[in-house]
Design a protein around this ligand. Structure first.
Ligand code: HEC
Ligand code: HEC
Length: 794
């Protein structure tokens, strides 16, 4: 029995909750129980109890309502009124049969023995109670909320001219129709120089090489752009570029955020997995399934030695390990930290995949969206077997918690198991390293330590019989409420399409996350494809069709073009969830190929929405750094592998050590610490990954100019750039300037620019071609790299 603080009573009256399904009784019993409930129990309660115990009667005497399952499950001041399966322990039955020392219900008329027998039998059968919603207010909100646009099925729209009469692509037909309605139209196409630069940055995050620019500009074939897009999609740099976008969505960072912000060994494997998946054009439904439940796809514990694919399946679940976790490096963790980590995994993954702010339902029913607090805890229950606060996998070994760990060492089965099991001796030893025995085994321990660096940081079910998840009243783990079974949020429940969370693929796991992933990627799911299509659009245009990519709920933005969003979502699903196909559809459209037309627009009147303007856009921090290195000729194009470490340098900057052999690798391979974003990147809005980051900002601040003028990276790149230009263009002034412009901007300098650079030359001795000395070219190249044209793409 549980004491309920008085404060809770008005809350219950206000009606707070939606209910868990009845504990599963064996088939026949459940059916009998349900029939009994419908034919007898509900009528008895209604007739004899509701006057004093229901929302209808507007009374909750003793704090108890009986018009819902939650009502009796939470119970009144004395705790749960019914214990399913145990009539004699159920307060309700004792009260009606008058075997309780102080309670006799109803107070006036006793129930007939027949009625009491029905109640007893029903409780014995597990008390199945289908009534799900106890608050009329919440029921109304759920009903209204269900009508919100994003919960409606995706409907492929009628495309204007879709009968084939017009030779216009569907995206353009849809956009043009909407613009025309406000007297607007698409801008004319951008020239080829602009287009190749736009496409290169969009798909590879790098500037186009000059010879490709010239070949593309000179190519008379109208299909040249199609081929360019295909080539870029085939480039391994595509995965680096788009993988980085997804890492933002997932909230990937290789450290814990808390105390010391300790690094997570082996977590870079998730980053590599993401890049590989994008490059392989892994169907997005598969990508979701692997990230939520890669560990449930095969019995990894039984595998003698993992294949690269199996490593990837496990590394994929790094998606759920991405949020900050204060228990990463804590030998003793407080309960609240465990719950917080579990909650973050649910909240971030649902924002990323569903575009819904479930976090608002952690402490109370969602105030704006049709999400009850109970819905939140159903999802918690889905994650409970892997993220069980009562059975927590630590990030490090400790004396009192020898293992298993949350990370899987990459070793043959036996050694792997041993290492995960026998860690006790390993961790206690450093403490008594001074002792004779300690002066052990030192070598052996070092080896184990090294092995532990070579791990997959991942997620898996700790126990196939986890402690039940409980609703936390006010989100507080110290006031747990009733048990909540895993299930879908009620707004998504569909009697024709039930989802079983009790259908394990094998005995090594519960299959709960797998069930969730399969439901999310059902082709009829209203949100998953819309949310993804919107993200893709956003990364191409800078603004999504829905301006709030993580919130498709009532407080989120409305789509600027609902039909276009639905068309894209439908194409995505029907195209086998291929992202590369979606890129092609978008990039080949006239909408994408428009000229950046901002200057020609009238100052007042309707304007073309930002979501339909491809530029101008400031490049993200990664693209700026990568471009500097690329133009300077030192970009290290190797793919994959452990992250390049960063550290605090003497001058106070946070950066890669200047003599580190990997210092010119692409930015996506730089270690992402949560509290220490490299200084140069932070200036260009590289996010501090406290949760996830659905949309980069593009600030303009003076420190950016300073970093480009005085920063070590810019200076070094300018110097290398100048040397490269000299080597490739020879001594001539015009040749060098042209080469520098071609590399940095993909075009030739115009007359004015030539004159400007010439004018700033040191005076020539005796006429003729002025001396182009090293210092001049260093400065000239530096100026070229520090310009807006280098940082922006049209
Ligand atoms: C006329 C009003 C009235 C009716 C009708 C009534 N009750 Fe009650 N009930 C009360 C009051 C008042 C209390 C609080 C008594 C107390 O706490 O000692 C209460 C308390 C209870 C409690 C204990 C709640 C707790 O946790 O403290 C149970 C169980 C209960 N009623 C069951 C029933 C059932 C079952 C029925 C119908 C068969 C019923 N009651 C009909 C007035 C009523
Ligand atoms: C850590 C717990 C917690 C979380 C998470 C939380 N709230 Fe609240 N919220 C409360 C408490 C406590 C109250 C005051 C009591 C109440 O209304 O239940 C409250 C009240 C509110 C109210 C005013 C009450 C009303 O009915 O008008 C709104 C609006 C609200 N929250 C919105 C949100 C939104 C939106 C989010 C998600 C961004 C959110 N809350 C997340 C604890 C929380």
């Amino acid at each position: 029995m549980r004491l309920r603080p008085l404060l809770e009573v008005p809350l219950l009256l206000g009606g707070l909750l939606v209910l868990a399904p009845a504990a599963p009784a064996a088939g026949d019993d459940a059916a009998r129980g349900l029939a009994l409930f419908r034919d007898h129990v509900e009528p008895i309660l209604r007739r004899s109890c509701f006057a004093c115990h229901s929302h209808e009667g507007e009374k909750a005497r003793g704090g108890l309502v009986l018009d819902s399952r939650a009502g009796w499950a939470d119970g009144g001041g004395r705790g749960p009124a019914i214990v399913p399966g145990r009539p004699s322990e159920s307060l309700l039955l004792r009260a009606v049969s008058r075997t309780h020392p102080e309670l006799a219900m109803p107070p006036e008329d006793k129930l007939t023995d027949g009625d009491i027998d029905k109640l007893r039998e029903w409780i014995a059968l597990g008390a199945p109670d289908p009534r799900r919603i106890d608050s009329p207010a919440l029921a109304r909100r759920l009903e209204e909320g269900r009508r919100h646009w994003s919960f409606q099925p995706v409907r492929r729209p009628q495309v204007p001219g879709g009968d084939g009469s017009a030779r216009v692509l569907p995206i353009d037909a849809l956009v043009a129709a909407q613009l025309e309605a406000s007297g607007l139209s698409l801008a004319p196409p951008a020239d080829r120089r602009t287009l190749i630069r736009r496409a290169y940055f969009d798909l590879a995050g790098l500037p186009p090489p000059p010879d490709e620019v010239e070949a593309f500009v000179a190519d008379p074939d109208p299909a040249a752009f199609d081929r360019l897009v295909d080539r870029l999609l085939d480039s391994p740099h595509y995965g680096e570029r788009w993988g980085r976008h997804w890492l933002d969505v997932a909230g990937f960072a290789e450290s814990s955020l808390f105390i010391g912000d300790v690094p997570r060994p082996g977590f870079w494997r998730y980053r590599d997995y993401v890049i590989r998946s994008f490059n392989a054009d892994k169907p997005f439904d598969r990508f979701v399934i692997e990230q939520l439940a890669g560990d449930e796809l095969f019995d990894w514990r039984a595998i003698p030695e993992f294949s690269p694919e199996q490593v990837d399946m496990l590394a994929a679940t790094g998606f759920l390990r991405s949020p900050p976790d204060a228990t990463d490096n804590q030998p003793i963790t407080q309960m609240d930290k465990r719950h917080a980590a579990q909650q973050a995994a649910v909240e971030v993954s649902m924002r990323a995949l569903l575009g819904l702010t479930f976090q608002c339902a952690r402490c109370h029913d969602h105030k704006f969206d049709p999400i009850a607090q109970e819905d939140y805890y159903r999802l918690i229950a889905v994650f409970q077997p892997a993220y069980d606060p009562e059975n927590w996998l630590p990030g490090i070994w400790t004396a009192d918690r020898p293992g298993p760990l949350r990370a899987i060492p990459l070793l043959p089965r036996e050694e792997r198991e041993t290492l995960m099991r026998e860690s006790l001796a390993w961790t206690t030893s450093p403490l008594d390293a001074g002792s004779d025995a300690g002066k052990a085994r030192k070598d052996e321990l070092r080896k184990k330590n090294e092995a532990f660096q070579n791990v997959i940081w991942c997620l898996f079910d700790v126990d196939t019989k986890p402690a039940p998840a409980r609703l936390l009243r006010r989100g507080n783990h110290e006031t747990p409420g009733r048990e909540v079974a895993p299930g879908l949020p009620s707004v998504f429940e569909d009697p024709e399409k039930t989802v079983s969370f009790d259908d394990p693929p094998g005995e090594w796991t519960t299959g709960r996350r797998l069930a969730l992933a399969r439901w999310l990627t059902d082709r009829d799911h209203p949100l998953t494809a819309r949310v993804l299509a919107n993200r893709v659009w956003q990364y191409h245009f800078g603004t999504g069709l829905v301006a709030t990519p993580d919130d498709f709920g009532a407080r989120g933005a409305r789509p600027v073009h609902p039909e276009l969003l639905d068309w894209l979502a439908a194409e995505l699903v029907e195209g086998g969830w291929s992202l590369k196909r979606l890129h092609r559809l978008i990039m080949l459209s006239a909408t994408y190929r428009q000229r950046t037309a901002s200057r020609e627009e009238p100052a007042s009147g309707p304007r073309v929405p930002a979501a339909f303007r491809p530029g101008p856009r400031r490049l993200e921090a990664e693209a700026i750094r990568d471009s500097l290195l690329d133009v300077a000729g030192c970009l290290d194009r190797r793919l994959f592998g452990p992250s390049v470490p960063t550290q605090r340098l003497k001058d106070g900057q946070f950066a890669i050590k200047p003599d580190h052999p990997d210092r010119f690798r692409r930015t996506v391979y730089i270690s992402t610490r949560r509290t220490h974003v490299p200084t140069f990147l932070a200036l260009f809005d590289e996010p501090l990954m406290d949760t996830n980051w659905p949309k980069r900002s593009a600030s303009v601040i003076p420190q950016q100019a300073l970093a480009l003028l005085n920063g070590d990276l810019a200076l070094e790149c300018a110097e290398r750039f100048a040397r490269r230009v000299a080597a490739e263009a020879g001594p001539g002034f015009d040749e060098r300037l042209s080469r520098a412009f071609a590399l940095a901007y993909g075009r030739a300098p115009d007359d004015e620019e030539r004159a400007l650079f010439r004018w700033s030359l040191p005076p020539a001795g005796g006429g003729g071609e002025p001396p182009a000395d090293e210092a001049f070219w260093r400065t000239a190249c530096h100026a070229i790299l520090s310009s807006n044209e280098f940082l922006y793409v049209d």
